[in-house]
Ligand binder design. Structure first.
Ligand SMILES: *Cc1c(COP(=O)(O)O)cnc(C)c1O
Length: 457
């Protein structure tokens, strides 16, 4: 049995494997998780996918979110040494909050992914990945997680690692560039998580983190980045598509998903679930004014936007989505991290299976207003882009599911301006008030960061 499972285990390969100098070696899940980026600079992808047959799906009817996660994700990690029962409780521990589906209108559902501790969908991936990293940490080896953040990612990752033994976490954020609520979330995680408020820009925070990874003096600290390109952040994002389908569709019935998108990690979870066998009729990548991908689908020319355009849905202000390289790979193309097309993908296949719609700020706030006044549904800017994109792409006859990726209370200024009131805070925010702040100022130079990391704890 043991030998059999190892032979059949899913391995992970780099999107750069066929490049001159690329690394063709396939690695285990544990290795891909630990490395984040492949040594050749590419992103990891599973070499093959487990099948979700119609029978499998029917057997999952009525299962809880955690049970679905356990079923869907186990084949991706089965060789990494975690026991079957331990993995099941890991999923139960990661997904201990509700995942509501709310009716938007006849045949259209909102999947609210905002009930985790930081009220954005990033909790789903961060909580699973942190627990996997903890389960796979060699005994006695301490880890330091270092994240540069301009908002949602940092607090989701920080909360996910909070209290996990053997980890200390530093979140670097640009003091003047995060919102009041984001700052409050980042500063109030505490325990083994320290926020470092940097007197500088987000770009500076990123380059400080990069320098730390290259600093041989820190080699003993087990530095690790929990960044969004890690395969451990992608796999768990396939689960909520399966969950939403099970709750809204009949056996074999294809549904449409509209996904508010920035770096395309969330929507790639849908592509993954579809390739495993989930009946997905259409996948709509809803973007804000950063329209490089819809323009690519229309013209076949990929022109990343630099700098990216500032929109209300600020977590989607991305001019060159990092996960686009994964899409290119699966459609037979190759894209560098800088956004250069080295091999064109099969554009016809892409157009047949992916739609993308750009929604500007004016249309976003109009959708927020109409959803509230016509239907009594609260949308925040990211979710509104998703709903508006579905409308523009044309509803079709299938059931449609729009993802709501954040809680409206995270955007009090926009909501107040457009609707005249600020939404009630989710319960997870109230917990923050009872904690003491764990934030330190950090001077904008690398030696200051090095001194902080070298110090205990
Ligand atoms: C990160 C984020 C997105 C974009 O998700 P991607 O996986 O980068 O496409 C959308 N909405 C919210 C609220 C986010 O935090």
């Amino acid at each position: 049995m043991y030998i059999l499972s190892v032979v059949n285990a899913i391995r992970y390969i780099s999107t750069n494997r066929q490049r001159p100098g690329g690394d063709p070696a396939a690695v285990s899940f544990a290795e891909a998780l630990e490395r984040g980026l492949a040594p050749d600079g590419g992103l990891y992808l599973p070499e093959r996918l487990p099948r979700l047959t119609p029978d499998d799906l029917e057997r999952l009817r009525g299962a809880s979110y955690a049970e679905i996660a356990d079923y869907v994700l186990w084949p991706f990690v089965e060789d990494c040494g975690i026991g079957r029962a331990a993995f099941r409780s890991l999923c139960a521990d990661a997904y201990d909050f509700e995942v509501p589906l709310e009716a938007y209108e006849e045949g259209v559902w909102l999947l609210r992914l905002d009930r985790g501790p930081t009220a954005s969908f990033k909790d789903f991936a961060a909580r699973w990945m942190a627990r996997m990293m903890a389960a796979l940490r060699p005994p006695g080896r301490r880890r330091t997680v270092l994240v540069a953040t301009s908002g949602d990612t940092g607090s989701a990752v920080g909360e996910a690692f909070r209290g996990l033994e053997g980890f200390r976490v530093f979140l670097l954020y640009p003091a003047a560039e995060v919102s009041r609520i984001q700052k409050f979330q980042l500063d109030h995680i505490g325990d083994n998580v320290t926020a470092l408020s940097v007197d500088g820009t987000f770009d500076l925070c990123q380059s400080l983190v990069k320098e730390a990874f290259l600093d041989p003096r820190l080699a003993g600290h087990g530095l690790t980045s929990a960044n969004s390109i890690n395969i451990g952040r992608i796999l768990p994002q396939a689960v909520y598509y399966v969950y939403a389908w099970l709750r809204t569709a009949r056996a074999g019935e294809p549904v449409t998903f509209s996904v508010p998108s920035g770096n395309f990690g969330n929507s790639f979870g849908c592509e993954l679930a579809r390739r495993m066998g989930l009946p997905v009729a259409r996948l709509i990548l809803a973007v804000n004014a950063n329209d490089e991908f819809p323009r690519f689908l229309a013209t076949g020319r990929y022109e990343p936007l630099s700098p990216s355009r500032a929109c209300l849905s600020n977590a989607m202000n991305v001019g060159n989505p990092s996960n686009l390289a994964r899409y290119f790979d699966w459609y037979g193309g190759r894209l560098t991290r800088e956004g250069r097309v080295e091999r064109a993908p099969d554009l016809d296949a892409m157009r047949a299976r992916l739609e993308s719609v750009s929604v500007d700020d004016a249309a976003t706030v109009e959708r927020i207003r109409r959803a509230w006044h016509e239907r009594g549904v609260l949308l925040e800017p990211h979710g509104a882009v998703g709903v508006e994109a579905l409308e523009r792409a044309g509803r079709g006859r299938e059931v449609a599911i729009c993802l709501e990726t954040a809680h409206p209370a995270k955007f009090p200024e926009v909501m107040e301006r457009e609707l005249g009131f600020a939404p009630l805070q989710p319960p997870s925010f109230e917990r923050l008030g009872g904690r003491t702040a764990a934030v330190e100022p950090l001077a904008p130079d690398y030696e200051a960061l090095h001194r902080r990391l070298a110090r205990e704890p």
